[in-house]
Structures are given as structure tokens and as C-alpha cells.
Design a protein around this ligand. Sequence first.
Ligand SMILES: [Zn+2]
Length: 141
Amino acid sequence: MTLYDVLGVSQNASETEIRQQYQELARQYHPDKSGVEGAKEKFHKVTEAWHVLGDTLKRREYDDQLKREKLYQEFPVSEELFLEDLEQDKEGGVYLHTCRCGGHYTLAAQDARSSTEKEVVVACDNCSLSILVLLNCDENT
Ligand SMILES: [Zn+2]
């Protein structure tokens, strides 16, 4: 269940829609007013969801997280690798990793460098497996 489900809004809902929905639910489940069973818990969840979705930055992070979770579901990740673990081609333009099926995972060095994500899922060119490549791990060195 996503935080969007908790509030009963779509993932594309506008800030206004989210705020209105939160206010509506908060009224409905407010522990002081409601005799409904489980209202307190529901109120807590709704408030938690609002704290994330009502905050533009946190919402964006949460959306990224959802996107990743969705990717994992669609593409089973067989391995997690650091970018340094991958081989590079002679020109250094592409990172390569050989899949256990004999196929290849390829990641353009350009994409790896310009990515704002901390990790990227790369699909095998031959089977349905994917690897998770961890990027930006040399940030602190
Ligand atoms: Zn493969």
C-alpha cells in the first residue's frame, strides 16, 4: 500500500488535491471527534502520508522510491554491482558486464556519469534478468 493509497489520491494528484484529501480524512478520523474503530491508527497513517506527500521535496524522493520498487518488480535483479566492478570497453564509452546467460549488460558511461540517481537498473540484452549498478559511490572519497 503506497502513501497515495493511504490518502486515496492518484500518483498524479496535484498539491491542492492532496491537501484537500488530507484535510478531509484528518477531519473524518480525528481521534477527538471520531468514534470509528481504528480511527486513531488511520489518523496516524494519514498524517504520516501527508508529511511526505505534502512536502514537494519529500514527495519527489518518495516517487523515486516507488519508481525503483516498480522496476524491481518488473525486472528481477540478479546482482548488485558497483560501477567499478564493471568492465569498460577500450574506448571507455561503455560499461559491460556478462550475464550468467551469456548475454550482456551494457551501460553507457555517459549515462552513468550524468545520472542523478544513486543506482540504476540495467537489463540483460538476452534474458529477463537485470543488475543493479550502484553509482556515485566515490562521492566521499
Ligand atoms: Zn542474461
